[in-house]
Design a protein around this ligand. Sequence first.
Ligand SMILES: N[C@@H](CCC(=O)N[C@@H](CS)C(=O)NCC(=O)O)C(=O)O
Length: 98
Amino acid sequence: MITVHHLNNSRSQRVLWLLEELDLEYEVKRYERDPKTMLAPASLRAVHPLGKSPVITDGALTLAESGAIVEYLVDRYGGGRLAKELGTPERLRYIYWG
Ligand SMILES: N[C@@H](CCC(=O)N[C@@H](CS)C(=O)NCC(=O)O)C(=O)O
C-alpha cells in the first residue's frame, strides 16, 4: 500500500492528484503546519530526514521530492499512461507539466 505523508497546503497535492489519475489505492497520513511558523511538524522528519512534504512510502521504499515521486509512480504504476516517449516534444511537455 502506498502511503502519502501529506502536509496541508503543500505540493503534496500533486501526488494526490497523480494517484487519483492513475486510479491507485493509497492512504493519506496528514500532518499540519505550525500555524505561526508554517513549518512542518517534527514528526515528518521521523519519516524522512528532509522533514518536508511530500513523502511517500511504498513497501520498504521511502521517497521524498515531489518530482521524484511523480517519476516513480508513473514508472512503477503508470503502465504506459502519462509518460511519453523519450526525445519527443510530448515528453518535454510531460516533464514541464509534471
Ligand atoms: N523540492 C521539494 C520541496 C519540498 C517542500 O519544500 N515542501 C514544503 C511544502 S510545499 C514543506 O514541507 N514545507 C514545510 C517545511 O519546510 O517545514 C519537493 O518538490 O517535494
